[in-house]
Design a protein around this ligand. Sequence first.
Ligand code: ADP
Ligand code: MG
Length: 240
Amino acid sequence: MADSVLSLQNLDVGFPGMTVVHDLNLDVADGAFVSLLGPSGSGKSTVLRTIAGLLPALGGRVALEGRDITTFPPERRNVGIVFQNYALFPTMTAFENIAFALRVAKKPKAEIEKRVHEVAAMARITDQLDKKPASMSGGQQQRVAIARALVTGSRVLLFDEPLSNLDAKVRASMRQEIKRLQTELGFTAIFVTHDQEDALTMSDVIVVLNHGKIEQIGDGRTLYRKPATPFICEFIGVSN
Ligand code: ADP
Ligand code: MG
């Protein structure tokens, strides 16, 4: 598809001797917010890790902006990833965490300073840059993790259950925060969650997974109005 930024074609993901999701086909439009929604163990993280290059594809293709990246190592894929537990380096300050990928890429110091301050301002954590993760709240750590994923200018951001460690109030405000950043920066989001409300409130497209099987792909309205399977009815909470 001409305007799709990320394309999964007949993608098989899993582990040696164990296919977790078979024959996944998905075209993600530039700037779209796509959720992978499903219960624990349905294969969401395995799909996300395969897109990120942290796991090799068992079959099929991953294409980014028309380029086959199926065998590219993670650092050459130009996708950012935000993990559930944030995966921040505990001994580093927020600044150092955000700067890490730029340091590895041996960017000049002045450029690193400028870029880190730029993304920190976007994520509204300029006043947190000298702190270490342990002295920050969950919501602030989440912002640092997002700033770190944005710093290299990736057009596609992958989120693996980024809100599940947050309490209900912070969770609701982080939903808005992620949507605000997405609207302002225009990145494409692939958002993994087991939470129906996350998916229904944030997404343009929802991919519902159950035990490695794709139950339905559609927008929230379609899932509500035309649930394709009994699982969707139960999981989304509609009667049919
Ligand atoms: P989700 O993110 O939806 O909770 P996962 O993608 O983590 O699901 O897991 C999907 C399936 O793959 C599960 O059956 C899980 O037990 C299995 N799995 C996850 N990680 C590994 C691994 N490192 N080795 C083998 N199987 C795994
Ligand atoms: Mg998972």
